[in-house]
Write a protein that binds this ligand. Structure first.
Ligand code: SF4
Ligand code: F3S
Length: 104
């Protein structure tokens, strides 16, 4: 599966949802997650994210993010249509420590 990591937090550009063939993105207040059981591993969303927040879970160190995507995909609503990024998206792109400050 692919997962969304903390680079999405406070950016939420939503380019990813437009290209997913199985509509497996779910929306929290400050970030999206992918439903790992629904993702078909096509990989088309990865290059679409301006914040480089989407990775295959085969990359090392992403266990925490696989867990978060799994948990919150069950709790948050599905999102299939692109919308405006969060207001200060560009300022938050690449910022460190976003999970601790802003995860929701
Ligand atoms: Fe959707 Fe493909 Fe991205 Fe999985 S890898 S979330 S199926 S676009
Ligand atoms: Fe987040 Fe990137 Fe999608 S910032 S909403 S994963 S395009």
């Amino acid at each position: 599966t692919y997962i969304v990591n903390d680079n999405c937090i406070k950016c939420k550009y939503t380019d990813c949802v437009e290209v997913c063939p199985v509509d497996c993105f779910y929306e929290g207040e400050n970030m999206l997650v992918i439903h790992p059981d629904e993702c078909i591993d096509c990989g088309v969303c990865e290059p679409e994210c301006p914040a480089e927040a989407i990775k295959p879970d085969t990359e090392p160190g992403l266990e925490k993010w696989l867990q978060i995507n799994t948990e919150y995909a069950e709790k948050w609503p599905n999102i299939t249509m692109k919308k405006d990024p969060l207001p200060d998206a560009d300022a938050h792109d690449g910022m460190e420590g976003k999970f601790e400050k802003f995860f929701s």
